[in-house]
Design a protein around this ligand. Structure first.
Ligand code: SF4
Length: 322
């Protein structure tokens, strides 16, 4: 891609950021590689508000340094991640903490070799902590690039070319932070505020921004019907460690695809749980049984890392026990 001069745009971005940038975000007020890396991982699939209000500080209170993550069990890390979803992130964080012995490398190339750190996250950490002048490419940045260059479809190679063509190599820290803010505050999915945008003068997509990128038709999510069976004996309840990729490492009640509910079982209720690729519709039943491997008291279950679905099943069980 031909490198044009975007001097004026870069100047506009600096001015815009000094007025509207979210400069008070805690990960913009630290030089700790771990704290910045943690924020990048949490923000990969979760909104700023949720991360700020419910997870970031709580996680740091439990694990103030990456060394403490390395020294913890993966179960403890998953427990601190509970509710944030996409648990692969937590398992990779733990692996990276152990692989680096709690000290992250100081450049993007080495960061990118670590578990769960893709090119954009590596660039973000390298830029925000070590001042490496590299562009980032998260979902917000991609949307701006599609619109700015009026491109309807692009693969990652092309998107990186656009990112490199547009970024401000002299003020990369502010440019990257501003791109994230402009993407979430100005160049939004449904209602871009072009007249307030620092890219406005040269943006090629500003007349019809919603044309870029081409919207993919969302496939309807399949529904998985399951029975969550809570086996119990002597006020203890059976849980197993999940080995399904999505929830690997979390504890859960037994899930059955075809399960015959008989008279001597107690039906506790139903719930739905939405995942990225499917919706779980579950019935929960309580069954007396001694054959399962591990049984826990209710208090012990509260100390385990559970998926959202199992937490809902636990809620139904507790309501039944009142
Ligand atoms: S001018 Fe409009 S379409 Fe272009 S980057 Fe800004 S908000 Fe997005």
């Amino acid at each position: 891609m031909q490198k044009k001069s975007y001097k004026q745009i870069h100047k506009n971005i600096l001015t815009w950021y000094s007025q509207y940038g979210r400069v008070t975000l805690p990960w913009r007020n630290t030089q700790s590689a771990y704290e910045i890396y943690l924020s990048e991982i949490m923000l990969q699939q979760t909104q700023v508000k949720t991360v700020l209000e419910r997870f970031y500080f709580q996680f740091l209170e439990k694990f103030p340094t990456l060394k403490e993550v390395a020294n913890a069990s993966v179960d403890d890390v998953l427990k601190a991640w509970e509710g944030l979803g996409y648990y692969t992130r937590a398992r990779n964080l733990h692996k990276t903490a152990q692989d680096t012995q709690g000290i992250l490398p100081n450049n993007a190339q080495a960061l990118e070799q670590l578990s769960g750190i893709g090119k954009s996250t590596a660039h973000a950490v390298a830029c925000f902590v070590f001042n490496e002048p590299l562009p980032i490419l998260d979902a917000n940045v991609k949307r701006i690039l599609y619109r700015f260059f009026a491109v309807k479809e692009a693969n990652d190679k092309k998107l990186w070319e656009m990112a490199y063509a547009l970024y401000d190599i002299k003020n990369t820290y502010i440019y990257n932070q501003a791109m994230m803010d402009i993407g979430s505050l100005i160049c939004t999915h449904k209602n871009p505020l072009c007249e307030q945008c620092p890219f406005f003068s040269l943006c090629q997509g500003k007349d019809e921004p919603l044309l870029y990128p081409t919207k993919k038709k969302k496939a309807k999510k399949p529904i998985r019907k399951r029975t969550l069976v809570i086996y119990h004996q002597n006020n203890q309840y059976a849980l197993n460690k999940n080995d399904e990729r999505l929830l690997s490492g979390l504890w859960g009640f037994k899930q059955e695809e075809a399960f015959n509910i008989t008279k001597n079982m107690t039906e506790l209720g139903d719930f739905k749980q939405h995942y990225t690729h499917f919706t779980l519709e579950a019935k929960v039943v309580l069954v007396k049984n001694k054959e399962q491997k591990k049984y826990f008291t209710i208090d012990e279950i509260h100390d385990l890392a559970l998926s959202g679905a199992d937490r809902k099943a636990l809620g139904l069980l507790e309501a039944h026990l009142i």
